[in-house]
Design a protein around this ligand. Structure first.
Ligand SMILES: [Ca+2]
Ligand SMILES: [Ca+2]
Ligand SMILES: [Ca+2]
Ligand SMILES: [Ca+2]
Length: 279
């Protein structure tokens, strides 16, 4: 038994060294040219516009500070880029947003930086205040009412809802800034997909933003793709999951190192057990 564990430990050690070598040579051979499993900026064969979501090696801290995010592709939502535009928006500083996305095995993340000159949260209904809506069709089946379909709202006061009903399913933080507010949100992958995402996974995706500047109902509403964020995923844009090969290696290496740690723990327990067993 102990011999088998030792052999397994040696095999895992060899894998770790091999992965490190692969990673080092990948970095050595690709000093400037980064090859992506899915091109980060090229259009994919999807309807509407796309946001590219990149695999994150370190999970962002969900605190509203977006300085822990790497430089990633983003989309802008404002009165010029919105597919749907209702109400009145006087300027980009009255209402606009920049949206980035990342993912790992367990969560889909968004960092949303909103410009809004007057922050208001006075209504019971989440859609009547300043806030952002994220429409997701996890299975990308363009059917709106499956377990994979969500309209997550994050209100400027920190409330979170799914299809207008308050929920704790997602973890979000809102931080007021000089010219608006930042949102950071972590959505469990289990709400969107069976298993884990891979590079090339595509979801239906849109984002909406409400502006309330004087209390009561909203004054302006922008939607990036589509006429609403909850019932017409056939009109949504898409979210395309990407992963750099070196990040895939890093993720794999982290898993093997964790396995190695567990093996060391098992060996330690075996040694203790041997010391307790009479010869
Ligand atoms: Ca953060
Ligand atoms: Ca309101
Ligand atoms: Ca669906
Ligand atoms: Ca406002």
């Amino acid at each position: 038994m102990r011999k088998a564990v030792l052999i397994l430990a040696i095999v895992i050690g060899t894998i770790v060294i091999g992965l490190r070598f692969l990673r080092a040579s990948a970095q050595e051979n690709m000093p400037v040219r980064i090859v992506h499993s899915q091109p980060l900026f090229q259009a994919a064969s999807t309807t509407g516009r796309s946001l590219y979501s990149a695999r994150l090696i370190g999970a962002p801290v969900i605190d509203g500070q977006v300085s822990d995010w790497p430089a990633l592709p983003s989309i802008e939502l404002n009165r010029n880029t919105a597919y749907s535009f209702s109400g009145r928006v006087d300027s980009l500083s009255d209402l606009s947003a920049v949206i980035r996305s990342g993912w790992d095995d367990n969560h889909l993340y968004f960092a949303i930086q909103v410009k809004d000159d007057v922050l208001v949260a006075d209504s019971t209904d989440v859609w009547r205040d300043d806030g952002v809506e994220i429409g997701l069709d996890g299975l990308y089946d363009q059917y709106a009412w499956g377990w994979d379909d969500h309209q997550y709202t994050i209100v400027v006061d920190g409330r979170t809802a799914d299809r207008g009903v308050l929920t704790k399913d997602i973890r979000a933080a809102v931080l007021a800034t000089e010219d608006g507010y930042n949102i950071e949100v972590a959505i469990p992958i289990s709400k969107l997909l069976p298993g884990v995402p891979i590079s090339g996974t595509v979801m239906g995706f849109t984002v909406g933003i409400h502006d309330d500047d004087d209390g009561g109902n909203w004054d302006a509403y922008l939607i990036w793709e589509g006429t609403n964020t909850n019932s017409r995923p056939d009109q949504f844009g898409s979210l395309i999951f990407t992963e750099r090969p070196e990040d895939r290696l890093a993720a794999l290496e982290a898993k093997v190192i964790e396995l190695e740690r567990k093996m060391q723990e098992l060996l330690r327990i075996l040694r203790e057990f041997e010391q307790l067993t009479p010869p």
